[in-house]
Design a protein around this ligand. Structure first.
Ligand code: NAI
Ligand code: ISE
Length: 336
């Protein structure tokens, strides 16, 4: 069975995901696209030579009879409405992170999914599909490090546009780490604090950059994350898990080592497209296969919600300058 997919939001990642579904993956076909910028949607259809109808409204696309499954790749604040509409239509939906920009928005999605009676939502936390992070997870799960005690991490982007403002360092950027560490450590968060070091001259006026986020889990693991979104030099994701019996470091992406002009060096990737290219392939193939089988797996709405609860606490901590408590409600049996 070919899964007929409708894509809402044909910006950078919407186009990337449409390209990989069309040119690399199996079992899926893009039959419909939509974007508030209709011209943008038409351009992507032309550029990728898609046999797809352009819809002026994402909600109309979701209702279309020939759309089996939906990809939501529009801006974060629009996700909740589209995911809820897909659930109401009984269609599988892959939603890029964040599932919603607040925990309250995610809760609406959870309530609707439980009401629908089966899992329909996969959240785009692609790091869970990255080979390096999977090795780390295996090392932790097989107790090679002993009990995890601390995590040191960094999330660096070369630069961000004007519309990227201070809270986005949390709900757009740190949200990846907030999901990853819950999954790696099989734990939830107990508190969060945000510290603003001296601001880089490369940041525009509406974003504090860099930021240091300090998290504590319910098991007492301490986590520090540097979010630095105008670091200039590249897209750089770092993670060390320190355990009782050893330390595991996330592998660097494979790259050539040059000896040239009196220097030995290797290049650093510049964006998420290449850094997590293989992980995107695996996550989207899992979505297509899940939609075909009627069994969506991978990061769930509950994972999106849990990350958003922590994200809300971090945004509050940005404003208060205090350590903010994080309380997770009990996970419904529906989410295993
Ligand atoms: N997993 C990852 O590493 C990444 C995830 N993302 C996520 O993907 C989403 C999109 O990000 P980008 O592609 O970078 O942004 P973008 O700005 O390049 O594209 C977003 C598109 O959504 C469209 N849009 C905005 N409001 C809409 C609405 N109400 N209905 C339909 N379309 C609408 C815009 O016109 C634009 O074409 C965001 O949630 C972002 O956090 C983005 C980059 C990497
Ligand atoms: O998801 C992503 C972007 O939306 C976000 O803005 C970046 O900070 C992240 O590095 C990237 O992975």
């Amino acid at each position: 069975m070919t899964v007929r997919i409708g894509v809402i939001g044909t910006g950078m990642i919407g186009e990337e995901h449409s390209r990989r579904i069309t040119q690399q993956l199996t079992g899926g076909e893009i039959v419909a696209v939509s974007d508030v910028n209709v011209e943008q949607a038409s351009t992507v259809v032309d550029r990728l030579k898609l046999d797809a109808k352009v819809y002026e409204s994402g909600l109309e696309l979701i209702k279309a009879d020939n759309v089996d499954a939906v990809l939501v790749t529009s801006w974060g604040p629009t996700h909740e409405e589209y995911v809820l509409a897909a659930i109401a239509a009984g269609k599988s939906v892959f939603c890029e992170k964040p599932l919603a920009t607040t925990a309250e928005g995610c809760r609406h999605i959870i309530d609707a999914e439980i009401e629908a009676g089966r899992r329909l939502v996969q959240v785009g936390f692609m790091r869970r599909f990255d080979s390096g992070y999977k090795l780390m997870k295996e090392a932790i799960d097989t107790n090679r490090l002993g009990e995890p005690l601390m995590v040191h991490a960094a999330h660096r982007n070369p630069e961000v546009p004007e519309r990227y403002v201070t809270p986005m360092a949390i709900h757009d950027t740190l949200i990846h780490e907030l999901d990853t560490f819950r999954w790696l450590l099989d734990d939830d968060y107990a508190s969060a604090q945000v510290i603003f070091p001296r601001k880089t001259r490369h940041a525009h006026s509406k974003v504090e950059d860099p930021q240091m986020i300090l998290l504590e889990t319910t098991q007492g693991v301490r986590i520090d994350v540097e979010v630095f979104v105008n670091c200039q030099y590249g897209y750089d994701i770092q993670c060390d898990v320190v355990g009782e019996d050893g330390i595991a470091r996330l592998p660097e992406p494979q790259s050539l080592i040059f000896r040239q002009a009196g220097q030995r060096y290797n290049e650093i990737l510049q964006d998420w497209k290449k850094r997590f290219g293989e992980a995107f392939d695996v996550e989207l193939q899992a979505f297509i296969d899940g939609a075909a089988a009627g069994e969506i797996c991978g990061p769930s709405s509950w994972d999106g919600y849990a990350a958003a609860i922590a994200s809300d606490a971090c945004v509050k901590a940005q404003e208060s300058g205090q350590i903010e408590a994080i309380e997770m409600p009990e996970r419904p049996a529906f989410y295993g």
